[in-house]
Design a protein around this ligand. Structure first.
Ligand SMILES: *[C@@H]1O[C@H](CO)[C@@H](O)[C@H](O)[C@H]1NC(C)=O
Ligand SMILES: *[C@@H]1O[C@H](CO)[C@@H](O)[C@H](O)[C@H]1NC(C)=O
Length: 472
């Protein structure tokens, strides 16, 4: 589920300023405005995304030109789609008509062998391996227990005042390290996290990463993280040859038919670490923020989890059937994903001239942005789209077209392989949070969407442990 917020930052470097209008265009471009030379409409986009309400950037243009329009972002002319059908078309034609496209600053940090940058058959292999590792059966039989245990372990150390975003990050980092290579939190993982946070910082340096010290530090830190991971991979390869089998992502990579090199495995794991971390921790924080601001929803959620707690007992591990019984929670999860739009959309490049909506042509080589936010925030697709209303999901079923409009994890061959895992992690987090604590937000904390979706102050809260047992 990673593609997320890099989206905005990664492009910054694109220095293909010359309009690539090569090739004879057979059809028309979608209507729109390329803005100023060089800068295009980038400044408007960034300033909109730095506020709590970035919608007008899309609203204005959709109002003027329709849901597919031409703009100029991060140094390149771009066809912007806030149209669900066009988005689907773009996602499903990955590899045929479109390919994902990222600049050098991102590949230097992620490594050549990350899922994000891979293409073709290797991508297919790695994607399916990741997907099968994070499928429901594996989560149920194997991952859930650790998720629950590590969430509780982390919450046990909370003091009266916490920065929720920081705690959520710790949790998701620990979970990801556990899932990838079976390490429980320890000094080694803490050190890894420190280096690794420097790498993450590097992703969000804009607009000129090459000249920034943050970026240089990030590259150095990447080296250290990669080194630490290489040692682990080497040890584990040796142990595996000696017949020791672990049940984690690394084991799956080592066992893969055809084999991956150590370098490939390290790059791949490093990128999954990025993927598992920032997005899931942000969604945890935002779910709590939205619930805090919507007391009726919070009350209903508490009720649902209190029933599970009474059935299960506080100290017992959550079971898969408990997760499956969290029906209102799933509404909260979907609604949080819809409103937060952590992955606001994805960039692709047209491999050839592509006709869309029967009337427009995207010229070969052009950037395309499939905006999920544009669809999720559109009143035509979701009634009162800008209101956090988890109940709206109670009446949606797989059969309704609304589900097709809802795309928090992308789609097609690059759909986020960790989608289900993220849902489970968030649900368990909410369960342990609402059954153990009451809390209050300490101050107003604004949501901003650039360079990543985050709350400005990392959502500080004061918490109180609930006196358990009284209810029983
Ligand atoms: C869902 O449907 C039920 C029955 O059809 C209706 O009473 C309820 O108001 C609907 N809820 C929402 C949020 O639309
Ligand atoms: C949440 O969204 C997913 C699609 O991503 C859908 O399959 C699921 O049914 C939705 N859940 C609810 C409770 O509506």
């Amino acid at each position: 589920m990673f593609v997320f917020s890099l989206i905005l930052s990664f492009l910054s470097l694109s220095i293909y300023i010359l309009l690539r209008r090569s090739g004879r265009r057979r059809g028309r471009l979608p209507p729109g405005n390329l803005g100023l030379p060089w800068i295009g409409e980038t400044v408007q986009l960034i300033s909109a995304y730095k506020t709590e309400n970035p919608e007008p950037f899309i609203d204005d243009r959709v109002g003027r030109y329709g849901s597919v329009f031409t703009t100029h972002l991060f140094g390149e002319p771009t066809v912007f789609s806030a149209d669900p059908e066009t988005n689907r078309f773009i996602l499903l034609n990955e590899g045929r008509l479109f390919e994902s496209s990222y600049p050098g600053s991102i590949s230097n940090l992620l490594g050549r062998h990350s899922l994000l940058l891979m293409r073709g058959s290797l991508h297919k292999r790695m994607h399916s391996l990741t997907t099968s590792f994070a499928n429901s059966a594996i989560i149920r039989d194997h991952l859930l227990l650790d998720i629950d245990r590590l969430v509780r372990l982390n919450m046990d150390s909370w003091t009266a005042r916490v920065l929720l975003m920081e705690e959520a990050k710790k949790i998701t980092f620990q979970l990801t390290v556990k899932q990838l290579m079976s390490f429980d939190p320890c000094e080694w993982t803490e050190n890894l996290m420190k280096e690794y946070m420097l790498v993450i910082e590097g992703f969000f340096t804009i607009p000129l990463p090459i000249f920034s010290t943050t970026y240089r530090k990030a590259i150095q830190a990447r080296g250290k993280v990669a080194e630490a991971l290489s040692l682990v991979v080497r040890d584990r390869r040796r142990a595996a040859e000696g017949g020791e089998i672990k049940n984690d992502m690394l084991a799956a990579l080592l066992e893969e038919q055809g084999g991956f090199s150590d370098e490939q495995i390290v790059d791949f794991m490093l990128a999954l670490l990025v993927a598992g971390y920032e997005t899931t921790s942000t969604i945890m924080t935002l779910a709590v923020k939205f619930l805090t601001e919507t007391p009726l929803a919070l009350a209903q959620l508490k009720h649902e989890h209190e029933e599970i707690r009474l059935k299960r007992g506080e100290t017992d591990a959550l079971l898969w059937e408990d997760y499956k019984s969290m029906s209102f929670t799933q509404c909260v999860v979907n609604e949080t994903l819809r409103v937060a739009n952590i992955i606001s959309g994805v960039f692709r490049r047209a491999i050839t001239d592509v006709t869309i909506k029967e009337s427009y042509t995207i010229p070969k080589g052009w950037k395309v942005f499939a905006s999920f936010r544009g669809v999720h925030m559109d009143n035509h697709h979701f009634k009162d789209a800008r209101v956090f209303n988890p109940w709206r999901w109670q009446n949606y079923s797989e059969a309704t077209s609304t589900i097709n409009m809802f795309n928090p994890f992308g789609g097609g061959p690059r759909r986020c392989p960790g989608a289900e895992l993220a849902r489970v992690e968030l649900s368990v987090f909410l369960h342990r949070l609402v059954t153990q604590f009451s809390w209050e937000a300490i101050e107003q904390d604004k949501l901003v969407f650039f360079p990543t979706t985050r709350t400005q102050k990392r959502y500080p809260i004061t918490i109180q442990r609930l006196k358990q047992g009284v209810v029983e």
